[in-house]
Design a protein around this ligand. Structure first.
Ligand code: ZN
Ligand code: ZN
Length: 220
């Protein structure tokens, strides 16, 4: 059996704990789907680490403080996800190798640089030391995090794995969104004096909400 088609879209059992938290769209790779605690103790579950390894995750529940930016830092510098777009930072538009003067025998004589689509500067995409970085992308992500500000390369697309599983998830989101909209319109039809917010977030609820899971942000 193809392992990529063997997943159910039912929540994994057991659930990671905490409260369900509303993502901005089905393609949102940033927003934690589960949060727990309040105030200083508020933590979010990394939605990428929680995915199985076969789907690019780490297969573990990684809870990170939302109050002290640990969550934000993790998403940007462990996964390269922009908090502004909720999608991966745009990659360099070009690469080049430049010669450099080594100050120590452990330093490289050439450095790989990437060009940024936004500022057009060339930035090092590797360290100067002759050692393998644990996470090579970190050099680029650090630049992107302070430069891109939500800007992406025009026409950039295909950042999500497209398979049967993702099609099921998209369909589940679409149905839930329709249901939420229908409930909102029938509620407003039955009561003209009360204004109901559309797509109410259920993050404070103790149980998984059955409706109104999603905001009305259009999918890309
Ligand atoms: Zn993670
Ligand atoms: Zn830049």
């Amino acid at each position: 059996m193809d392992p990529q088609n063997s997943y159910s879209i039912a929540p994994p059992a057991p659930l990671p704990g905490g409260h369900f938290n509303v993502p901005r769209s089905v393609e949102d790779l940033y927003t934690p789907r589960f949060v727990r605690g309040v105030g200083r103790d508020k933590a979010g579950l990394c939605p990428i680490c929680y995915e199985p390894k076969a789907r690019g995750g780490a297969g573990k529940a990684e809870w990170l403080s939302m109050k002290f930016s640990a969550f934000n830092y993790h998403m940007q510098y462990a996964h390269g996800i922009s908090p502004t777009t909720q999608l991966p930072f745009s990659p360099p538009i070009a690469f080049r190798r430049i010669d450099r003067k080594a100050n120590h025998k452990n330093e490289k004589l050439q450095l790989l640089e990437g060009q940024c689509h936004r500022c057009h500067d060339w930035m090092p995409v590797e360290g100067v030391k002759c050692v393998e970085a644990k996470l090579k992308e970190i050099y680029w992500w650090k630049h992107a995090a302070q430069c891109h500000k939500g800007s992406t390369i025009e026409g950039e697309t295909d950042v999500h794995l497209v398979d049967d599983f993702s099609a099921q998830v998209r369909e589940a989101y679409r149905l839930a969104q329709n249901q939420a909209q229908q409930q909102a319109s029938s509620a407003s039809a039955s009561s003209t004096s009360v204004t109901r917010p559309r797509a109410v977030a259920s993050a404070e609820s103790n149980s998984l909400p059955t409706t109104a899971l999603f905001t009305t942000t259009p999918l890309r």
